[in-house]
Ligand binder design. Sequence first.
Ligand code: NAD
Length: 239
Amino acid sequence: MSKQYKELKQLIDDAKHICFFTGAGMSTESGIPDFRSQNGLYRQNKSFVDIVAADFYEQYPHEFWPLFKEIFHIKMLHQYKANTGHRFIAELEEAKTVHVITQNIDGLHQDAGSTNVFEIHGSIKRAHCPSCKEEYGLAYLNQSALPQCTACERLLKPNVVLFGDAIHQFDEAVTAALSSDLFIVLGSSLEVAPINQIPLLVSRYNRTNMVMINKEPTHYDYLFDLVIYDSIGQVVANL
Ligand code: NAD
């Protein structure tokens, strides 16, 4: 085992409360493209930011839904399964307090068994009625091109945080990050604000050990005590 992996293993063994902060790179090994890599969703869909937007949903809800479903491959979502990285995090709950702050909307941390997950950008697997707030799952969303509330007949709104919407559970996520004794980022370019401010807050106000695991460098690597440029699957295999 290399020096870096020995150090990571020691940090994990010693920690009592680990806060993981995960991005789209967490799920690429489950087959879901990330956002900014070569085959990422953003590069495949030049109009991504215009479509996945609260304004667009408000003004053109009938145009919004088919495009939204196409971009996120909604019909195929049930095929994506949690990978070894998701399971590694979930299994740590047997011995430690574990929180997961995720930018992902795919629900794979919960599928793997993690119980303390903050879905900052919401979930692709649910939608709700803007009037009565009734929630609907993926099976219902796949039944029709334009999913409506069965009670109000309003067109549903995805539980994904659209550009222009407020993010979810930011306070709770910051509290978990600041009370952890080990903070680990996995598979995120840290390009998306305001969530990318959480590592800065940890560095400034918690000053606990911070680890970055990503395939490529990010602008914030200087904040971290240990930086490993590798795939998450490889890191877990080495541990
Ligand atoms: P990003 O695409 O900006 O960055 C992903 C990073 O992960 C990249 O730097 C890439 O090099 C790295 N990476 C890819 N595969 C990896 C692997 N196997 N091991 C280690 N590193 C790997 O993603 P982001 O920072 O999460 O920001 C993108 C935004 O898009 C987020 O807000 C997220 O909500 C959304 N998104 C979510 C999903 C999902 O739910 N699975 C997928 C795509 C985008």
